[in-house]
Design a protein around this ligand. Structure first.
Ligand SMILES: Nc1ncnc2c1ncn2[C@@H]1O[C@H](COP(=O)(O)OP(=O)(O)OP(=O)(O)O)[C@@H](O)[C@H]1O
Length: 333
């Protein structure tokens, strides 16, 4: 089972320039959370701070009774073993085979024999669908395969928390769909706590249990997906629905002049789109943190946007017997 990550009042700056301040959120154990935000708002910095690669100016990160920013380098080194990280480009060593890349953390951090390493590497490569690619170099495989190799390496020490920095960057929509399914299946199988930074709105709407949004140096909102997907808070609504209308501008925040002009022109954010159902594990079992669709909205007296949760998986949908002509490609009368 993954572990809870409780962040309280976290603040980070570089050379006196704040990246974000007073960030508080709890990643529930074993659940999938997504972190969104305009470019440059410090999402990667947040991941690096969580894993202890960067020290925050202030605040706490509680994991299994340890407060990471207060740990000595030596103690931090131990706690870091709870984490697996998939960096944006996979961060593979270009001169090493996929096998050696995936084996690297085992050779660095464990005393396993080569036979034991072979068994673990084989298992992790199978989990990400890369069996057979062991002898290839990173430069000889596609971007999607490199991400999966990076993921196999992130899994190799059986982490309790897995951080994904834009796993879908540079992937086409089909590869992104495969990767999203892999993420759901790995969460089911490993039971680890997942945090995914992404710019892909479809991923953000269908993959996580919880969503957070960093904007303008603060955490604008963090909570169960239905809370954000039904939110009328302008920043959340604009970002999650990929709109130009709203407070977020090209250079992050629109100034008062631009917002006044928008208001005068009568331009408004379009209505909220329906909340889709969550992506399901391919083993046919419900997600481990499964809550009935609409449960959060019902409990909080929120009416979800019309048409929400109507997109059940194809297997659940009643089949419709088409007229003979329509089956052959003719329009049904
Ligand atoms: N080591 C560092 N030293 C100084 N400034 C840094 C450092 N790392 C990041 N920054 C700055 O922190 C800010 C946030 O960067 P970060 O890469 O975390 O943003 P992001 O939200 O992940 O962006 P994107 O969505 O474009 O990947 C940027 O202004 C960046 O230049």
């Amino acid at each position: 089972m993954g572990v809870e990550v409780a962040v309280q009042g976290l603040t980070k700056s570089f050379g006196g320039q704040p990246v974000w301040s007073d960030v508080s959120l709890t990643l529930p154990a074993g659940e999938i959370s997504v972190l969104l935000g305009p470019s440059g708002t410090g999402k990667s910095v947040f991941l690096k701070t969580l894993v202890g690669l960067l020290r925050p100016d202030r605040g706490d990160i509680w994991i299994s009774g340890h407060n990471l920013p207060r740990l000595s380098e030596r103690a931090l080194y131990e706690v870091r073993k709870l984490f697996g990280v998939l960096f944006q480009d996979g961060a593979l060593f270009g001169s090493m085979t996929i096998y050696d890349n995936v084996a690297f953390p085992l050779r660095e951090h464990t005393r396993k024999s080569e036979a034991q390493i072979r068994a673990v590497v084989g298992e992790k490569l199978e989990m990400v669908g890369l069996t057979g690619a062991e002898r290839k170099l990173p430069g000889e495989i596609s971007g999607g395969m490199r991400k999966r190799a990076g993921l196999a390496r992130a899994l190799v020490l059986d982490p309790q928390i897995i951080l994904f920095d834009e796993p879908d960057s540079g992937l086409d929509p089909v590869r992104t769909a495969y990767l999203n399914q892999l993420i759901i299946d790995l969460n089911q199988r490993t039971e680890a706590t997942f945090l995914i930074v992404t710019h892909d709105i479809n991923t953000a709407r269908t993959v996580p249990d919880n969503i957070g949004l960093i904007y303008h140096g603060h955490l604008a909102m963090f909570g169960p997906r239905e809370m954000l997907l039904s939110s009328t808070e302008p920043v959340v609504r604009q970002f999650l629905n990929a709109q130009r209308i709203g407070p977020i501008g090209m250079a992050e925040e629109k100034d008062a002049e631009e917002l006044r002009a928008e208001a005068q022109a009568g331009v408004e954010l379009p209505p909220l789109p329906p909340i889709p159902t969550q992506l399901q594990p391919s083993d046919g079992r419900p997600r481990r943190a499964e809550r009935p669709p609409g449960a959060w909205c019902r409990e909080h007296g929120v009416t979800p946007p019309p048409g929400s949760f109507a997109d059940r998986p194809a297997a659940d949908r009643p089949t419709v017997e088409l007229p003979v002509g329509a089956r052959n490609g003719e329009a049904a009368k």
